[in-house]
Design a binder for this molecule. Sequence first.
Ligand SMILES: Cc1cc2nc3c(=O)[nH]c(=O)nc-3n(C[C@H](O)[C@H](O)[C@H](O)COP(=O)(O)OP(=O)(O)OC[C@H]3O[C@@H](n4cnc5c(N)ncnc54)[C@H](O)[C@@H]3O)c2cc1C
Length: 308
Amino acid sequence: MIVSKVSRAAILRAAESRRLQRLVQGHGMRVGAARFVAGETLDECVVVMRRLNETGLHANTTLLGEVILDPSGAATVTAAYERIIDRVVAEGLKANVALKLTHLGLSFDAETTYANVERLVGRAAGLGSFIRIDMEQSEHLDATLNIYERLRAAGHDNVGTALQSYLYRTPDDVERLLPLRPNLRIVKGAYLEPAEIAYPEKKDVDRAYIEIVEKGMHSGAYIAVATHDEAMIERVKAFADREGIERDRFEFQMLYGVRPALQRSIAAEGYKVLVATPFGPDWYPYLMRRLAERPANLGFLVRSLVRG
Ligand SMILES: Cc1cc2nc3c(=O)[nH]c(=O)nc-3n(C[C@H](O)[C@H](O)[C@H](O)COP(=O)(O)OP(=O)(O)OC[C@H]3O[C@@H](n4cnc5c(N)ncnc54)[C@H](O)[C@@H]3O)c2cc1C
């Protein structure tokens, strides 16, 4: 446990290193990123999403790349997302977009970010599509929830967000959002957060996870149960059966490249399963977060770097 905790923290710190990023990305996607990333271009990602759809799975896609530090960068990302939304719809894919608000400007201006995300949500609505707002580091949480609430107050219903069970405050955030009958993706949490605000022990994160999911499902929210944890998934299925919660009130979500056989078997049982299928040239921080979730994954990265 101690070893895995140290590794997780070390890998998440390495995710912030520009030098390591240059080294790893310099080797291209052959370092193993292709296992988790559906290509560097939208064309490649469309092929992957279509294949997932053909096996009964839904998808969402994200243009990888995180902090943007100026309005013109945020405008470029927003325009790229407009093209992604249009393409996903034109291709007839069972897919939508999930995005990070720091990619649309949240690191420097909440108003710019709101304008950008509202434009995308409006465009998606016109095409019958949906936008998911990911949850990032805790410093962005209040601003993210404020923007989500503002979108809903402006009449946008085709938008959801995500909450992380490792944060002590999340049950209160669920209560705050419940009157909106929100569409919430519940995750355990992928970032390095201090013990003052987040459970350091996995068992507490897991306990909170199930409590939050059950609370949301019971209170009329639409819940996306985003986990690869089979015990959690079984508990959620049993809870839904017991409480008479219809299958159109929740879905399961997993990441591209993680437990694909489990994804297919749950879909075959008749549950909606969505696979998060990101793409883009800036895949390094995303790859590092996936490695931190399972440090055993690190072996293939190190081997391919050594091989060159
Ligand atoms: C669709 C989706 C969207 C997400 N969005 C966000 C978000 O917006 N914000 C955020 O902070 N986090 C997000 N996450 C990440 C999440 O917070 C966790 O870090 C991640 O899901 C791993 O935790 P777990 O729930 O799968 O459970 P764990 O208890 O960590 O893992 C359960 C089992 O799943 C397998 N597994 C888990 N991860 C991996 C992996 N990377 N490689 C191989 N096997 C693995 C292992 O077998 C493990 O035993 C998202 C996850 C998913 C699935």
